[in-house]
Design a protein around this ligand. Sequence first.
Ligand code: ZN
Ligand code: ZN
Length: 260
Amino acid sequence: MSAVPTLRESIAPLVDLIYPPRCPVCGAAIAQQAGLCASCWSDLVIPGEPACAACQRPFAGDSTGEGALCAPCLAQPPRHDGIAAGTLYNDTARKLVLAFKHGRRIALAPMLARLIAARLPPMEGEWLVAPVPLHRWRLWHRGFNQAVLLAAEIARLTGAELMVDGLERRKRTPALGGLGRKARMRTLQGAIAVDSRRRARLRGAQVLLVDDVLASGATSDACVPALKRAGATRVVVACFARVLDDGGMGRASMTEPHRS
Ligand SMILES: [Zn+2]
Ligand SMILES: [Zn+2]
């Protein structure tokens, strides 16, 4: 720990004076910036055990044996090497993501990243932390890529190397919210590729692929093969909120995530 306060720490009292801290989900007064009120904290659902050995999807019962796979992974083995989700998508997680992404509460990044980091598998050896890319038009419109902010915080927390520009969006894709699985895959065909200048660095690398919300998984499914073709040996998907399509877990209210 450094004795010198970070810029964020040293301006925090000033920020609190100008903007009294409020819970970004419900607006209740809270003790300090970049936190949640106790009630909203308790509404967040942390994915638990037992879970699918391949994708960490929590199982409803507790009778499932070690190494068991969920139905989607049995039907189609995933190309990633695991999913680390900070929370399961529900109304509170949705509001938090909206505040972060569209409400420009970018000061939420460290808190969201800590929740993700708490769910990461043991990271032995060298890892690269790579955000899911935004198309430059969307980046221009929003002003920042929320996945980059999360990836930067996770890299800081884990000591892994941040690779912001490893992946690029080659084409602009519409919001995937209302599309079925096949249509999503078609839409993303050829949309994401590895930057040729980063190919050498990715060879033999272990990669943590970071996004804010993991909905259908179509976007990460497009990133993972691109990374593996470039020679990445292992790609773990990390997200703040994971949507479980079966609706049975996590008390999640299954409104379409990317529509609002
Ligand atoms: Zn609250
Ligand atoms: Zn699974």
